[in-house]
Every structure is written in structure tokens, then in C-alpha cells.
Design a protein around this ligand. Structure first.
Ligand code: SF4
Length: 186
């Protein structure tokens, strides 16, 4: 091949390669697009569902949670989440989520909206009444038990360790409740 021909071929090849490297077939709009979590603040949290304790990255923008993903820096889950943990965003941001107290009176066929203060007072009064009516100090054979079998508690996996500590302290040590259960997977 002549020297001039080789030089011409090299120029053509070099121009062809530039098509892929510098002349991008993207519109201005495409180039200006960013990911949905661009510029969002990242808050680290823990998956509420089970005792594996996978770490979460919670993305917040304008005071609103916009996405939740696995934390890649966590030695526990390395950015991964099981199907349940992956659904944490829908659990948190969901129009079906109840945000007020609903009360259905005995024999009623409808729910009434109540204040949180009203609900807490009702719970306290009913726990007190039931405990007073069912508290057993000693069994017939004389053994001291100081317990009530009239109240039970069932915790959910979304309770954190501090909340479970308070539940155990209050219900078991404070009120003498025997049946304390939690559905968390351990
Ligand atoms: S529910 Fe899944 S994502 Fe959440 S802590 Fe347990 S294993 Fe991890």
C-alpha cells in the first residue's frame, strides 16, 4: 500500500472512532437528565422487618422521603435487601397508610376518628381495670406469683430494641403480665 493511501485510511478510521467517542447521539434533554436520587440527602437507617438488621439508605428531598435502598457500605447487607426490605419505601410512603386513630365502639358498624390523647387514655384505663380485676398475688398452694393472665401483648417487627425493652419492663416487671410475644424473626 502506498504511503498516501495508508495515511488516508488512518484518517478515515480516526474519524470513524470519533463518532463513538465525542459525537454522542443524545438530545440536550437526555444529557440534562439525572437520576431520581440526584441531590437528595442520604439518611442511614435500619430495615424495620427482622433481626438481620440490614442497613438502609433513605433518600430525602424537600423534607420528603423519595426512595429507600440498601446501604452499600453496610457489612451486613452490602447494599442488598430481601423482597420485604426492598418494599420499605411503599411501607413508609403510602396513601393507604392510616394517620389517625380510628375507633369502633362495641356493636357499632362504623369507625370514628379519635384523638391520640383519647386513645392513650382509653388504653391506660382499660389496662388498669383489667389488671385490678385479674391480678393474682398467690396461687392456692401459697406460692407467690404476682401476675395477671388477663392481659397479653403482641409486638411487631417494626418495634425497635428500645421499645421492646420498655414493653418487657412495663408489662412483665411493672404489671405482672405473663404473655409477652413478638412476631419478629430472629
Ligand atoms: S427483612 Fe430482609 S432486608 Fe429487612 S433486615 Fe430482614 S433480611 Fe434484611
Amino acid at each position: 500500500m502506498q504511503k498516501e493511501q495508508i495515511s488516508l485510511s488512518q484518517t478515515i478510521i480516526s474519524q470513524m472512532m470519533q463518532i463513538g467517542s465525542s459525537v454522542q447521539p443524545f438530545s440536550k434533554e437526555s444529557r440534562e437528565k439525572t437520576s431520581r436520587i440526584h441531590n437528595a440527602k442520604v439518611v442511614h437507617s435500619v430495615c424495620p422487618y427482622c433481626a438481620v438488621g440490614c442497613s438502609l439508605d433513605v433518600y430525602v428531598k424537600d423534607g420528603r422521603v423519595i426512595d429507600i435502598e440498601g446501604n452499600a457500605d453496610s457489612p451486613i447487607n452490602r447494599g442488598t435487601l430481601c423482597p420485604k426490605g426492598s418494599a420499605t419505601f411503599q411501607y413508609t410512603v403510602n396513601p393507604s397508610r392510616l394517620t389517625q386513630v380510628l375507633y369502633r365502639a362495641p356493636y357499632s358498624d362504623h369507625w370514628e376518628v379519635k384523638s391520640l390523647d383519647w386513645a392513650v387514655e382509653q388504653i391506660a384505663q382499660r389496662v388498669k381495670k383489667t389488671r385490678d380485676e385479674t391480678f393474682v398475688q398467690s396461687l392456692p398452694d401459697g406460692r407467690e406469683v404476682n401476675h395477671t393472665l388477663g392481659i397479653a401483648t403482641l409486638g411487631g417487627a417494626t418495634l425497635d430494641i428500645e421499645e421492646n425493652y420498655v414493653i418487657k419492663k412495663l408489662f412483665s416487671g411493672g404489671l405482672g403480665v405473663v404473655s409477652i410475644e413478638n412476631q419478629a424473626r430472629i
